[in-house]
Design a protein around this ligand. Sequence first.
Ligand code: DON
Length: 579
Amino acid sequence: MKLTRHLIILLGICLLPASFARAQESAAETPIIDFGSRFLPAVARQGMVVGPERLAAEIGLDMLRRGGNAVDAAVATGFALAVSYPRAGNLGGGGFMLVHLAEDNRQTLIDYRETAPAAATCDLFLNDEGEVDQQRAYFSHKSAGVPGTVAGLVLAQERYGTLPLSEVMAPAIALARDGFEISFALNQEIAARAERLALNAEARKLFLDAEGRVPEVGTVWQQPDLAQTLQQIAKQGRDGFYTGDVAERIVAEMQAGDGLISAADLAGYQAIEREPVRGRFRDFEVISTPPPSSGGIHILQILNILEGYDLQAMGHNSAAYIHHLAEAMKLAYADRSRYLADPDFEPVPVADLIDKAYAERQRALIKPGRATPSSEVAPGEVLVDASHDTTHYTVADRFGNVVSNTYTLNFSFGSHIAVPGTGMLLNNEMADFAANPGQPNPFGLVEGEANSIEGGKRPLSSMSPTMVFRDGKPWLATGSPGGSLIITSVLQTILNAMAFDMNIATAAAEPRVHHQWLPDKLVVEQGISPDTLELLRALGHNVDVAGRTLGRTQSIMLERGYLLGATDTRRPGGHVAGY
Ligand code: DON
C-alpha cells in the first residue's frame, strides 16, 4: 500500500511543470524527485529486489520483510531462480556476486565461476583437423565446468547473511515441490530451446510434457527432484551438493556421458572472495568485477577514455557520441583478447589496464573524424613485467547493504543436459575458454593463449555486476546477461546515469550500441535515427542494425532516501519487488 501511495505521489509530481517541481523541492520537507522522462522507475523505501522473474524477486523481498539483509534476499532469490527461471537461474552453473556491506563500508566480490575439471586439456574441443568441434564444446558433457553456484551462494550466506540457510532456502524448496503456473515468459523460454532440450532424455522429462510438447501457459509445473536437491543443500550446506548423493549423481552422469567432472573436482571446488576493481569517472566511483571476469576492467577502461570528452555537448546517442564510444570499445576489447584470463593462472595487468595515463595514450589513438578499422587496432602496450544465457538481479535493503549478482549456465539452458535425479541442468561454460586461441568463440570474441583450457582454471567471463558510488554512498547497482554484450550494456546504463543525468528507467531503456573489436561491426539497437546511422557510416563504421535487443539490465538507484528500480523492458517477465 505504501509503495502504491509513493508511486501515485511521485507520478503526480512528474506531471507538474519542472520549474514548479523544482521550487517545491527546495521548499518542501518531503523529497521530491522530478524523473524528467517518460520512463519511470518503480519506487520503494525500505527494500527492493529487481530481477528477471516475478516469483523469485518476491521471495527475495519476503526475506527483507522478515528482517533479513540484502545477502539473505540475494541468496534466496538465487536459489529460487534455479526453480522458476531455468534458462539461466541455476545450481549447475556459476557467477559473480558483488556485495556492499554498509556497516563496514566496504565491498567484496564472491567469485563462484566454474572451473575446468582437472582432466581438461587445451585441445579438448579440437577435432582431427585442429578445428573446434562445436557439438562437443557447446552441447556435450565435456562442455560443463565444475559448478560454482552452490558454493558461492552458501559462502555468501555464511559470511554475510543473517538468517539461517534453511530459512533462506525454504521458499525455493516449496516452489519446486508444490509447483507454480508456467508464465508466458517461461513458456517462450522453453519453446525457444525445446528442440535441443528434447535430445536429452532427462531434460526432456523435466521441461516438456509426456508428448514432448512445451507446457502451456498456466500449467502447474512441479520439480520434485530439484526440491530434493535443494533440501540436501539446505540441510548440509555445500556438502549437500559437492559430496554425497548429488555429487554421486553428477559423477555417474559424467561417466555415462563421457564427461570429465570427477568426485575430486566437485569436493575440491572453492568459491573465492576477491577485491573488486575500482575506478573513478568524474565525481563517481565505479566498482565492478575483477578477473576471471573481463567486465569490470573494460568498463573502467572505456570510462577512462571517455572521461576526456565533453559527452553532454556531443549529445546522447548522437553520431559523435556513438563514434567515440565505439572507438573506445574497440580498444578495450582488443586488450581483452591479449591480457584477460584467470588471474590464478596468468598474470593480468589490472592496475596498468585501468590506469588513467594508459587511457590517455589510448584516447590519443581515436580520430574524431574517422573510424579506425579493427584490422588497424591492436591490443595496447601496457607495462607488464611478465610475459547466449545469463541472468542478473540486484537487491538493496533498509540497512544500506546492496548486492549485485550475475550468474549463468552460459547458453540459455546451458548444455541442455540434465543430471538424472537432481532436477538440475549442466552448464556449458567450458565454451568460454579459447578452444582454439585466435579463433572466435560462440560470442564472436577472439581470445589468446592466456585463456586456453587447463585443469582447475576458470574460463574468462564478461559478467559484470557493478556498483556506482556517489559521495561515498552506493548510488546505482546493475548488471546484465548477454555474453560479450554484457560489458557494453552495463557501461551504457551507468554512463547514461552518470554523464547524462538520466533516471535509472531511462538509462536502461535508451537504445544501446555495441562494438567488440572483432568482428569489425558497430551493432546498434532500433531507435537510433537513420540520419545518425548515415553519419556513422560516413565516418567509416560498419553499422549493423540489430534484429534483436542488446543486454537486459536489472538495476536499482538509491537517491534521496528512495529505492528506484528498473527491470529492463527488452525481455518479458522481469519484476521489481519493493516495499
Ligand atoms: O561468462 C560469460 O561471459 C558468459 N558465459 C555469459 C553468457 C551469457 O551472458 C549468455 N547470455 N545471454
